[in-house]
Design a protein. Sequence first.
Length: 193
Amino acid sequence: MRFERASGILLHPTSFPGPFGAGDFGEEAHRFIDFLVASGQAFWQIMPLGPTGWGGSPYSSISAFAGNVNLVSPAGLVSSGLLEPSDIEHPPDFEGASGDDSRIVAYRRGLLEKAFHQFKGRVQGDQELRRDYDGVVADASSWLEDYALFAALKDRHDGAGWWTLLRRTASFSMSFSASGSTSSVTPTPRASR
């Protein structure tokens, strides 16, 4: 197989400028793609896009399948009607912060939680949104529930390593309902053997 000579740029989305502490797949990413096309570049090489692990490195992700939620564009959530413009009007000053800074992660998590509550309220009555949601869940069915449980346990235990979670917990069950009735990890007593 013969390939034509081509060039491209290596750039992780967190390197884009923006008011939310680190870059994401918002307007700056779209501008960058337009720049690549206009300058005749053929490739955009990126580092892994999964949830970062220890030290915020994209190479120590806690999942081979899940995406990094910090790459979700807050402005895109406004455009989708999941946040109000006022929710992102005055972001904190993140001057000098890196992409894995706890202030950035906490700010973005708060926005995502608010957007998720809006989503839960809309998904039951919006057939197109429901169809999209069901499609994503079906596409990810081979890994989504296990990852969601792992991520919830990791979050509940302040980021503890996976190898310590079994020692720290009894048995856990996770319940999730898109209707909004539950979204939690609850302890379930381990059956005696």
